[in-house]
Design a protein around this ligand. Structure first.
Ligand code: C5P
Length: 270
């Protein structure tokens, strides 16, 4: 897209300015895991992620406002660029993003499972003893993470660390809203045979300071989706998302999994 100013190019998405107060968010077909962007795109992926995000924004809009605007992306680009954004873009409100990722977990997987094995807790949330990989948690838990820049790793942080980053009141609201969003989506999916093991939300504040859901929501890039009928504690379920890529990367010899330094200021991390 050359008709709009490029604001940021993420691992998967590109954001363009539409005037001062809106963005065009374009989901490419790129796939990434950890910090690796694969050379080979997955045709149609950006379109599927966009359709899913639009669906969930619609289903969840009464839980919390979201950034999606009712504007056809094809109307904000040059005529010869319409094809490029068709089905894979959203026009959204420009927000002030919060510097944390709001992860909710209903089941133990990924870094949640690793943290639990190491300490019996995830992000400082103590969990009962004896849980296994893929165990259902007694209640969904909120486990924030830092939002790393391109090329850096996200890190799980405690709720107290998040409070120091955004303030106690906002941290509590983000936690409560995230759990409510997860619960609503997980109930919807469970009725259709899919378990949402965990997911990540991102929020921003609008011009009035209203907490607003942003980015993509409940897509296979930001969630773990498991088929309910084959789920069992103690084993890694098939995952309808990008878990296959994470598993594959972890087996690549020489791939450096050491996290670089955290991106929040030292006093927030400490
Ligand atoms: O890897 P981890 O177990 O911490 O991920 C928890 C959930 O958050 C997963 O659903 C994952 O897809 C999502 N996540 C994400 N973006 C990140 C980190 C985690 O969407 N940067």
């Amino acid at each position: 897209i050359t008709s709009l100013p490029l604001l940021s190019r993420g691992k998967v998405r590109e954001n363009y300015a539409v005037g001062d107060d809106r963005l065009l968010m374009v989901a490419t077909d790129r796939i990434s895991a950890f910090d690796v962007i694969m050379a080979e795109p997955i045709p149609g992926k950006g379109e599927i992620l966009t359709r899913m995000a639009r669906f969930w924004f619609g289903l969840l809009h009464d839980v919390v406002p979201n950034h999606l605007l009712d504007v056809d992306p094809e109307t904000v680009v040059a005529p010869d660029e319409r094809e490029q954004v068709r089905g894979r873009a959203m026009v959204v409100k420009r927000l002030k993003p919060l510097p944390v990722e709001a992860v909710v977990r209903g089941y133990l997987a990924g870094s949640g499972w690793k943290d639990y094995q190491a300490s019996g807790a995830v992000c400082g949330v103590a969990l009962p003893a004896g849980l296994e990989l893929a165990s259902k948690l007694p209640e969904p838990i909120f486990t924030p993470a830092t939002k790393a820049e391109l090329g850096e790793h996200d890190e799980n942080i405690s709720f107290a660390q998040m409070e120091r980053a955004v303030g106690a009141e906002l941290a509590a609201r983000v936690r409560d809203v995230s759990i409510a969003l997860y619960q609503r989506a997980a109930d919807y999916a469970a009725q259709r045979g899919i378990l949402i093991a965990d997911t990540k939300f991102e929020f921003g504040l609008d011009e009035n300071g209203t907490l607003t859901l942003m980015d993509e929501v409940l897509t296979p890039d930001s969630s773990r989706f498991w088929p309910a009928d084959t789920w069992a504690e103690g084993s890694s379920p098939p995952s309808f998302d990008k878990q296959f890529l994470r598993d594959w990367l972890e087996g690549v010899p020489g791939w450096n999994k050491q996290p670089p330094p955290p991106t929040l200021p030292a006093d927030v991390i400490a």
